[in-house]
Design a protein around this ligand. Structure first.
Ligand SMILES: [Zn+2]
Length: 377
């Protein structure tokens, strides 16, 4: 067996679990005869670190056709899913955009995505789950996302919740998803957290329905291998799940176009200062970001009266590169400064608040430098 994520041939034994149940779904009396216990072997990929079930333990039946996801009977889970949908839609600005929930189960997350103002549909192979989803008034296509699957429009994003732990060929599923996902589109993958399993001695988390047990490392790597740039992998508030946010760039690596973007940004920066040249301008922030951006933009020294900073140790010094003098914020009033450009972006909220409350600056006199140089109003 090769690693199901990266294909590496060296898998070591991670854990052996004797007497595991064959399935973790309740069974009817007539199926008791067929039921038996199983000895599970859990393996670890020596390259990508993915913990995975030995293929000898795979469940071979049409199990998913009657699969019912029952998480959303819990009010706690519903609250979490609503919050997650809202965060995902706002983080990637997906209002009115098409978001496809692959393996949408009973459709609750599609419903939450719609509530968060996206356009959203679900794809789900299970008959029971599809009917539950339709009862919620959400659009669901009953199908597997396999080689034959086709969607009649391109999606801006996709999500999968509690899916990849069941998938023994993640590359194949992601390849089929990428057929309907726009290049530049976004993704959310949620899987049970191996970190939680290991930290809380949850040996009962290992069972044959789950073929993959993702950690932040192996989840990021799996997504990276498939052409996605991972923005973040974080835990759900109860730590039971890992949630990855990522973008389909198809080239692997943030910032493929960065040299051009940098040159564009630098000319915006210069133009911004040219446009406000009739004012008495000060910078706020004699830290790394201010020093660096003013230096590479080649803003003439006399375009700026001085740079202020909250740190008294910097007063009376100069910015390297541009040689702009550094002063106390109190100098803003003495010198009748009428425009302040905040370069200390990490502290922008508190600086803006100080400028407004202590020094009576209005929003249209305060500018920031990212994502582009601009006034607050
Ligand atoms: Zn691997």
């Amino acid at each position: 067996m090769r690693c199901i994520s990266c294909g590496f041939e060296k898998l070591s034994t991670f854990l052996e679990v004797p007497n595991a149940p064959m399935r973790v779904q309740v069974i009817s009396e007539k199926n008791l005869q067929r039921d038996k216990k199983n000895d599970l072997k859990i393996l670890k990929c020596e390259k990508c670190t993915l913990i995975q079930l030995s293929d000898k333990n795979y469940v071979v039946n049409d199990y998913y056709d009657d699969y019912i996801m029952s998480r959303t009977y819990s009010p706690h889970a519903r609250k979490y899913l609503k919050g997650l949908a809202k965060d995902f839609i706002s983080f990637f600005d997906l209002k009115n955009k098409l978001v496809v929930d692959v393996g949408c189960g009973d459709g609750y997350f599609v419903y939450a995505l719609l509530k968060a103002k996206s356009k959203s549909i679900g794809i789900e192979p299970s008959d029971v789950a599809t009917r539950l989803a339709k009862d919620k008034g959400v659009k669901v296509i009953r199908d597997y996302v396999d080689d034959k699957f086709k969607l009649d429009q391109k999606a801006d994003a996709f999500v999968t919740l509690e899916v990849f732990e069941h998938i023994s060929d993640p590359k194949k599923l992601l390849t089929n998803i990428k057929k309907f996902l726009k290049v530049g589109g976004y993704g959310l993958v949620e899987v049970p957290s191996l970190v939680k399993t290991l930290r809380d001695n949850r040996y009962y988390d290992f069972f044959p329905d789950h073929v993959a047990y993702y950690s932040p490392t192996s989840l990021s790597y799996m997504l990276h291998l498939n052409g996605f740039d991972v923005f973040s992998v974080k835990h759900s508030p109860d730590e039971n799940y890992l949630i990855a946010y990522f973008q389909y760039t198809n080239k692997s690596g943030l910032g493929n176009n960065i040299q051009k973007q940098f040159i564009d940004y630098r000319s915006q920066y210069k133009k911004f200062f040219r446009n406000i040249a009739n004012n008495k301008i000060a910078l706020w922030g004699a830290g790394a970001k201010g020093i660096s951006s003013i230096s590479f933009s080649n803003i003439p020294k006399d375009a700026i009266v001085f740079c202020v900073d909250s740190d008294p140790n910097k007063w009376g010094t100069y910015l390297p590169g541009s040689h702009i003098p550094v002063a106390s914020p109190d100098a803003l009033k003495k010198e009748d400064i009428n425009v302040v450009v905040v370069t200390a972006m990490a502290y922008v909220d508190e600086i803006v608040s100080t400028l407004q409350k202590k020094y009576n600056f209005k929003k249209n006199q305060i500018a920031v430098i990212t994502p582009e140089p601009m006034f607050l109003t």
